[in-house]
Design a protein around this ligand. Structure first.
Ligand SMILES: [Zn+2]
Length: 269
């Protein structure tokens, strides 16, 4: 009798599993390949998905900026297309790279440039440290991207509730290990916003990005010259951890040096 019950239970289990498995098939998988090829990459699909031509983005930093803002819009709307991640392209990229933007960002596990800008392999040259604090090797990394790879856009990317900035705002007495290097680098931003209205940490996050943008614009000799001559665009942005939105800071988009590149694409003017 006990075996009979066990057998009935097993049969019932198998039946429910098979019914469940049938229901789990997502609607998307039912699309035929023919339907997909008709929609993807058409002019309408490209404009609906804020696609900017990759070659244009590499040549003109304002198009590069537009490509990043478009990718971030897709990401915010949960419509990421995860471009340039197929095996054929990865193999082709082993011959060389031409990233269209350098991202100087925070090491925070929630601030991955390729994901939040919805870009793929070979698109972004990335330097990350906590609070995107920069040292000699970071400078060299950014210079390398510009000189050797031809990358014309640098984005300093901070983010909301950054732990490193918070440490600088709180300024503990004896920070352990090398943490003091981060705190010392961010401290000037925390001091500037001390008496400002609004959230102390978020104000410091923005000020830290602005300071870092100016640090790079004035960095002798490669970056400062490239920036002054209008060949390299260096801007700052803050990523909101909760909304997924990247806000490019207007303070870093104003009074840019004269350039041969057009900026109407991002400002709309
Ligand atoms: Zn951070």
């Amino acid at each position: 009798m006990r075996y009979l019950f066990r057998l009935i239970f097993i049969l019932f289990f198998i039946y429910t599993q098979s019914v469940f498995a049938q229901k789990k098939v997502p609607a998307k998988q039912k699309q035929t390949p023919a339907t997909v090829s008709l929609t993807i990459d058409s002019a309408k699909w490209r404009s609906d998905n804020y696609i900017v031509n990759r070659d244009s983005a590499f040549i003109n930093p304002y198009y590069a900026l537009q490509k990043l803002t478009g990718g971030n819009k897709r990401f915010q709307q949960a419509r990421s297309i995860h471009p340039r991640q197929d095996p054929a392209l990865i193999k082709r990229l082993s011959d060389g790279q031409s990233p269209f933007a350098t991202i100087v960002g925070c090491s925070d596990s929630r601030v991955s440039g390729e994901i939040l800008f919805d870009q793929g392999f070979g698109d972004l040259f990335v330097a990350r440290t906590a609070g995107q604090v920069m040292a000699e090797a970071t400078y060299a990394t950014i210079e390398y991207a510009y000189l050797m790879l031809g990358t014309k856009l640098v984005v300093v990317l901070g983010h909301s509730t950054c732990g490193a900035v918070n440490a600088a705002v709180k300024a503990p007495e004896n920070p352990p290990g090398h943490i003091v290097a981060l705190i010392n680098a961010i401290k000037p931003a925390a001091t500037t916003v001390k008496n400002m209205k609004g959230d102390k940490l978020e104000n410091a996050v923005r000020q830290n990005v602005i300071n870092q943008v100016y640090e790079l614009r004035q960095l002798e000799s490669v970056l400062s010259r490239a920036y002054e001559k209008g060949d390299l665009l260096i801007v700052g942005a803050v990523y909101n951890l909760a909304s997924g939105k990247v806000e490019f800071l207007k303070e870093t988009l104003e009074n840019l040096p004269h350039t041969n590149y057009t900026k109407k694409d991002i400002t709309g003017k």
